[in-house]
Design a protein around this ligand. Structure first.
Ligand SMILES: Nc1ncnc2c1ncn2[C@@H]1O[C@H](COP(=O)(O)OP(=O)(O)OP(=O)(O)O)[C@@H](O)[C@H]1O
Ligand SMILES: *[C@@H]1O[C@H](CO)[C@@H](O)[C@H](O)[C@H]1NC(C)=O
Ligand SMILES: *[C@@H]1O[C@H](CO)[C@@H](O)[C@H](O)[C@H]1NC(C)=O
Ligand SMILES: *[C@@H]1O[C@H](CO)[C@@H](O)[C@H](O)[C@H]1NC(C)=O
Length: 465
């Protein structure tokens, strides 16, 4: 509710500017608005600004419409939307920010990080005055104010989309600040979840389970976007750098290139979806739009930018046939987003179930020491890719699977199962070499290899304390 009031306040301020600066008080909404920009203006720039203004007003009307139908402060259930955004940060929080630092910038926007009074760090997004979007525009029209305004519409569109598209896979908007600075220039700042860029190289070195998480979260997001309150939304500029990780979760951060308009067409040929390596036929509906093109476009981009790099590589052998099916079906667009999501969720539950593996290793070859953990400072057993760099920390379904792994590595002598779990709920098991010392630790087990053919590594080799 509060978020909506803030939003409403911002929208009113925004609308207030049109009204206040429009002396005649007549003419269309757009005329009123454009008059505040002052002249001279290139007619082309005016046209572009007017178009973006109209596009934005459609989103704003949706948001204000939600506001009106929410008399009790009840979370809205219209249009399949999630409860209203909890925007709590204001212009005051923005001016109180400390430790402001550059994070990144692109064609249109500049992103900084800052620390709130309560110590939490956030990201702030503004128009990048030195970015190529504004620069190119100024070169073409010689109008800095108008060009800044034009770019600001992109940021405003992104803010509106962040409010309308409520999903864990969309970066959360925590607040926005509109400052009307002279001459007739609106400075807009969005306050967002702080994330880190999605580094593909880093992900390729991460355990498969973490790479699968990124793909699954992407698929869940695309499923939502195909059935969003705005209809089927396509990400026109679909690349890993449009995403960030917030506490390990994938979030879309660049929404200014999202569209809910399907391509319009006269015949099927108008609908061909063309990618560098492939193209796909899409049917033109009797209504004159390319049916399902947005969904298909997103899915193929997910395949080519994410799945091909992240999914098959070092995957658990038992999952390979399933993953191969997903790769083949999305790579050929035989699956829609529904089937893709179903296939991913199936992989997840099969993975969580332990994949029907029958481990040949007998856990009785290990002695279980309850209430201990291993002092890992002397451990020199390493594996790759491990959850930690200085050791061998792996995701395991059970102690038996861990025993199987340890027994197949001659230098592994013990493993420890404590409280740590991965995001799928599997155990994070630490494998160590011989000569380890045990430290008392509640709710933790150390399994020690009891080798019959090598007494030197028997349990007495482990010293307690
Ligand atoms: N919330 C955030 N937390 C951390 N980093 C972020 C956040 N939002 C964006 N970034 C970083 O800032 C960069 C620029 O942001 P954004 O993509 O929104 O700008 P843009 O001008 O649209 O860029 P592009 O030209 O890539 O489309 C992103 O590539 C991303 O790495
Ligand atoms: C899917 O499998 C078929 C049949 O084996 C093959 O011809 C096709 O190239 C595969 N497509 C992809 C994207 O791997
Ligand atoms: C772990 O072992 C190292 C080296 O033997 C020792 O210095 C350290 O105190 C031990 N840590 C604990 C918690 O016992
Ligand atoms: C037995 O342990 C010793 C000492 O660590 C090692 O050098 C040797 O290779 C082991 N032998 C077998 C058969 O595992």
């Amino acid at each position: 509710m509060k978020g909506h009031i803030i939003f409403l306040g911002a929208a009113l301020l925004f609308i207030g500017i049109f009204v206040k600066l429009s002396p005649q008080g007549k003419g269309s909404y757009n005329d009123k608005y454009l008059s505040l920009l002052g002249s001279p203006h290139s007619p082309d720039l005016r046209k572009e600004i007017a178009q973006r203004h109209r596009d934005l007003m459609i989103f704003h009307k949706m948001l204000l419409g939600r506001q009106r139908t929410d008399p009790e402060g009840e979370p809205l259930r219209i249009l399949g939307a999630e409860p209203p955004p909890r925007e709590t940060l204001t212009c005051q929080d923005l001016s109180d920010l400390s430790a402001i630092d550059y994070i990144g910038s692109g064609f249109t926007k500049l992103v900084l990080r800052g620390t709130l009074l309560n110590g939490e760090a956030i990201a702030i997004k503004t128009v990048h005055g030195e970015g190529n979007d504004v620069k190119n525009c100024v070169k073409a029209y010689g109008d800095r104010v108008g060009c800044h305004r034009l770019a600001t519409y992109k940021l405003q569109k992104e803010i509106a989309l962040m409010q309308i598209l409520r999903h864990p896979g969309v970066t959360q908007l925590h607040g926005q600040c509109y400052v009307n600075s002279e001459p007739a220039d609106l400075r807009v700042t969005a306050m967002l979840d702080l994330g880190s860029p999605l580094e593909m190289i880093q992900l390729l070195q991460a355990p498969w389970e973490e790479r699968f998480k990124v793909c699954l979260e992407l698929v869940r997001l695309l499923h939502y976007l195909a059935h969003s309150p705005l209809g089927s939304v396509a990400l026109l500029d679909f690349q890993p750098r449009q995403f960030i990780l917030v506490e390990g979760n994938l979030k879309l951060t660049d929404l200014d290139d999202a569209t809910n308009e399907e391509i319009s067409c006269r015949q099927d040929a108008d609908c061909a979806l063309t990618f560098p390596a492939r193209s796909f036929a899409v049917a033109c509906s009797t209504g004159g739009t390319c049916m399902g093109a947005n969904e298909k476009r997103n899915l193929y981009n997910a395949y080519r930018f994410f799945f091909t790099y992240l999914l098959p590589h070092a995957s658990p052998p038992a999952l390979r046939p399933l993953l191969q099916d997903i790769m083949n079906a999305t790579g050929d667009l035989r699956f829609g987003i529904h089937e893709t999501l179903k296939a991913f969720e199936d992989v997840l539950s099969y993975y969580k179930s332990g994949m029907n593996q029958s481990w040949t290793q007998d856990l009785r070859e290990y002695s279980a020491q309850k209430g201990f953990r291993i002092n890992e400072t002397t451990n020199d057993f390493r594996c790759w890719p491990s959850y930690n760099h200085q050791g061998c920390l792996l995701s395991m379904h059970s102690a038996t699977e861990a025993a199987q792994f340890c027994s197949s590595h001659p230098r592994c002598w013990n493993f420890m199962i404590g409280q740590q779990r991965t995001w799928t709920g599997r155990y994070l098991v630490s494998f160590t070499s011989g000569g380890a010392r045990l430290i008392p630790e509640e709710n933790s087990f150390v399994y020690v290899k009891q080798s019959s053919d090598n007494g030197s590594h028997d349990v007495q080799n482990i010293q307690k304390g």
